[in-house]
Design a protein around this ligand. Structure first.
Ligand SMILES: Nc1ncnc2c1ncn2[C@@H]1O[C@H](COP(=O)(O)OP(=O)(O)O)[C@@H](O)[C@H]1O
Ligand SMILES: [Mg+2]
Length: 466
């Protein structure tokens, strides 16, 4: 009984994990067609066509893998989809291209210097594709024969007969191989591979020639052709790891276990130099190639002048990734200086960047995004409620409206309805303030708050900003 209950709990946990909804979980790509033209609504993406088209071009550059050290800046008001576009690019790149995402402010919270944090982020965004040749034996099992010693003790011995369409060979089996064969339940008619270096056995499927003389094969049985040619083959295996992973594994003070704890600390520059030299050697020998990936730095105006000049240099490196940054700041002070510049980024760095602007959404687009979010959160919403919510998004902010979907959903369920109505939206709109109304509230009651600094409201904003 208890075990059944436990299993149920585990099952529920499993599904909640899968269905966890994040701010950008509805984004499944950039929503472009084959000629890189953005579809109006696709892969969870709505509108913002120019920026998405530009992102598509950048994506193409990255996929070709030829360019290094470019910088792209996504600039636009809050809630115009800058982060969403970066996430879409990450999805579209696929798992084999490294994509690292960080917020500008993260560099201040780690227990390492700012430049070390940036170096690690950069090296996480560069992949090394390592090619290895291994020898394997691949064939169809003709017979497995295991002999137990008559006494029942002592080592087992056995023979394995494998064939291809052209040849057949008998192999002697040691104790360890017999164990593997038992564990994998290898029988006559299976097509298997044996890795010669490790002795690992993997089943590829059952041979087609045995398809008929077997009633007991389940629906999940895979049938494959009997291999051709020699039994012994060379096979190329490819792994992609990031430069940062190679650094950590080779850093004596930390070791590879640090990769799991995430607590990698600072890595000595000698280690990195050695790794760079080794990777260069591998590249020359054709054993490895570099896969430049993407480093995404959100809220990039949070970086200071030291970080900016470090990035400026880092971009010149031959192994630099493509750096995508996002900011919602206009002309503002560069952190760590008294200079003012566009987006709070030094002019010399700005000069290297391709700037992509994101623009505020029209009502139609807001509605479409909200609709997609309702689906993502499994929330049924009446048409007039959605219209009101769209109005709210236009007058306050898209993010605020998106937050209201969740709360309105809860409120509607409370009154045992499974559709959000206008009244639910009204209810949560009065329960939760948006930024403007919160400001209004603070102004009215400022005297009753602690640490009230709001002499002149504009000044106060400046202080919290810097
Ligand atoms: N074009 C879009 N298509 C679909 N969802 C979007 C789009 N733009 C923004 N969103 C969603 O709206 C919310 C706010 O956008 P976000 O990307 O965080 O804005 P920004 O980073 O520009 O401040 C996020 O949940 C985001 O996924
Ligand atoms: Mg953002």
């Amino acid at each position: 009984m208890a075990s059944i209950a436990a299993a149920k709990v585990a099952e529920v946990r499993e599904t909640t994990r899968v269905e966890r909804v994040g701010a950008h979980s509805h984004i499944r790509g950039l929503g472009l067609d084959d000629s890189l033209e953005p579809r109006v609504v696709s892969q969870g993406m709505v509108g913002q066509l120019t920026a998405r088209r530009a992102a598509g071009v950048v994506l193409e550059m990255i996929k070709e893998g030829k360019i290094a050290g470019r910088a792209i800046l996504l600039a636009g008001q809050p809630g115009t989809g800058k982060t969403a576009i970066a996430m879409g690019m990450a999805q579209a790149l696929g798992a084999d291209t490294p994509f690292t995402s960080m917020a500008g402010s993260e560099i201040y919270s780690l227990e390492m210097s700012k430049t070390e944090a940036l170096t690690q982020a950069i090296r996480k965004s560069i992949g090394v594709r390592i090619k290895e040749e291994t020898e394997i034996i691949e064939g169809e099992v003709v017979e497995v024969q295991v002999d137990r010693p008559a006494t029942g003790v002592g080592t087992k011995v056995g023979k394995l007969t494998l064939k291809t369409t052209e040849m057949e060979t008998i192999y002697d089996l040691g104790g360890k191989m017999i164990e593997c064969i038992m564990k994998e339940k290898v029988q006559a008619g299976d097509v298997i591979t044996i890795d010669k270096a490790t002795g690992k056995i993997s089943k590829l499927g059952r041979s087609f020639t045995r398809a008929r003389d077997y009633d007991a094969t389940g629906p999940q049985t895979r049938f494959v052709q009997c291999p051709e040619g020699e039994l012994q083959k060379r096979k190329e295996v490819v792994h992609t790891v990031s430069l940062h992973e190679v650094d950590v594994i080779n850093s004596r003070t930390h070791g590879f276990l640090a990769l799991f704890s995430g607590d990698t600390g600072e890595i000595k520059s000698e280690v990195r130099e050695q790794i760079n030299a080794k990777v260069a050697e591998w590249r020359e020998e054709g054993k490895a190639e570099i896969v430049p990936g993407v480093l995404f730095i959100d809220e990039v105006h949070m970086l200071d002048i030291e970080c900016f000049s470090f990035l400026n240099r880092a971009l010149e490196n031959e192994m630099a990734p493509v750096v995508i940054m996002a900011t919602n700041r206009g002309i503002t002070r560069i952190r760590g200086t008294n200079y003012v510049s566009p987006h709070g980024i030094p002019i010399d760095l700005l000069d290297r960047m391709n700037i992509v602007a994101t623009k505020p959404y029209e009502e139609k687009e807001l509605k479409e995004i909200l609709k997609i979010r309702c689906e993502e959160e499994d929330c049924e919403m009446a048409e007039d409620a959605l219209t009101v919510l769209t109005r709210i998004a236009g007058e306050t902010s898209l993010r605020y409206a998106i937050q209201l979907i969740t709360t309105a959903g809860l409120v509607s369920r409370k009154r045992k309805s499974n559709e959000v109505q206008m009244e639910d939206i009204k209810r949560v709109y009065s329960l939760f303030l948006d930024e403007n109304r919160s400001m209004q509230f603070l102004k009215e009651y400022q005297d009753e708050f602690m640490f009230n600094d709001m002499g002149d409201s504009n000044d106060a904003m400046e202080v919290t900003d810097g």
